[in-house]
Ligand binder design. Structure first.
Ligand code: SF4
Length: 337
């Protein structure tokens, strides 16, 4: 039967455009499965999000009634149409999140942080820390709901980075029975990589956060990029090249050259960068530069990352856990081509 609606698959350009806006409004809230509010990282506390799958790609957009991106139903079962200023730009499906994102049980253990990165809601919101029992219940619920490809664990810092490492190590034996790769993204603690590897983790992520070291000093007081680099090198030693990741936030006032240098510096030691566009955080307005990158900038940085990944034989598309597996928030070389 001929389809009533033209199919427009997502391209890299369309995904970069959607990411540059970062938000969407759904015509009917029932279209979105109950999505968990973000409790981790810069966008913690946001009103929830929607995942759109199209053309083999995925994008995550924060729900916002005022967004210029409108998601509407079509006559086709499950198909949605995405409009910008009443112009149809892409068609696809809404993907349900299992726990935080599709296909993964991705859990934030501690919604508190002792640090005060100026773009992040977590230090303002100071949420709660999940008990081990709660965490295991969320993971089990995700497995009951659907096909979970990975378990990923992140955490703020309730008391100390070492304390978060212990919290994760205490959880790891319970995760073995699920027989899926486990990714860990916590604040780097000395000697943590070896312990995480021995406990059965498949991949780790320690975030370098900012591409410009001077901006880093201002927006992440009390943190040390030099220490994160030391722990990243240690993690590559235990997990191998391409099994270690690091978020680099863009839109904090850094230049494209800064981003290129940091992607290359990470790639040299075998670490894959996740280039994460900043959301202007209403709770931190005026505390630092926060400008959502344009479509053109995201595509330029994407081309840079593709070139550098190829040069160092790194394959973000082969990630087994966390954000490079999900790809909702970032352009991922090998997945978004
Ligand atoms: S890319 Fe990462 S932060 Fe974004 S939705 Fe996916 S798992 Fe969550």
């Amino acid at each position: 039967m001929t389809k009533m609606f033209p199919e427009i698959p997502m391209t890299a350009e369309i995904k970069a455009f959607l990411l540059s806006i970062g938000t969407a409004d759904v015509e009917d809230e029932n279209m979105v499965m109950p999505t968990l509010k973000s409790t981790a990282g810069p966008s913690a506390g946001s009103a929830g999000s929607v995942f759109i799958a199209s053309g083999g790609k995925r994008v995550r957009l924060n729900l916002d009634k005022k967004s210029p991106i409108k998601i509407r139903k079509t006559a086709e079962a499950d198909e949605i149409a995405v409009y910008y200023s009443e112009k149809l730009i892409v068609t696809g499906m809404i993907e349900p999140a299992l726990a935080h994102c599709p296909e993964q049980a991705y859990i934030n253990l501690s919604e508190k942080c002792i640090f005060d990165c100026k773009y992040c809601s977590v230090p303002i919101l100071q949420g709660r820390t999940k008990t081990k029992e709660e965490t295991l219940e969320i993971i089990q619920n995700a497995f009951d709901k659907g096909n979970v490809k990975a378990i990923s664990i992140t955490s703020g810092v309730e008391n100390t980075p070492e304390g978060e490492l212990e919290r994760v190590l205490n959880l790891m034996p319970e995760l073995k029975k699920y027989n899926v790769p486990v990714g860990i993204s916590i604040y780097a603690a000395p000697g943590g990589a070896r312990k995480l590897k021995e406990a059965g983790a498949s991949e780790v992520k320690y975030n370098i956060e900012v591409a410009d070291s001077e901006i880093f000093k201002k927006v992440c007081p009390g943190l040390s990029q030099a220490n994160v680099f030391i722990e990243l090198e240690d993690a590559v030693h235990f997990f191998g090249r391409g099994k270690v990741f690091s978020n680099v936030i863009v839109g904090l006032g850094e230049t494209d050259e800064n981003v290129e240098q940091v992607i290359e510096k990470l790639a040299e030691i075998g670490v894959i960068a996740c280039i994460r566009p900043i959301y202007e955080n209403a709770l931190r307005k005026g505390e630092c530069d926060m400008e959502r990158p344009s479509e053109a900038r995201l595509l330029k940085l994407y081309e840079m990352q593709k070139r550098i990944s190829k040069k160092y034989d790194l394959h973000p598309e082969k990630a087994e856990t966390m954000c490079s597996l999900c790809s909702g928030c970032d352009m991922v070389p090998g997945k978004d081509d």
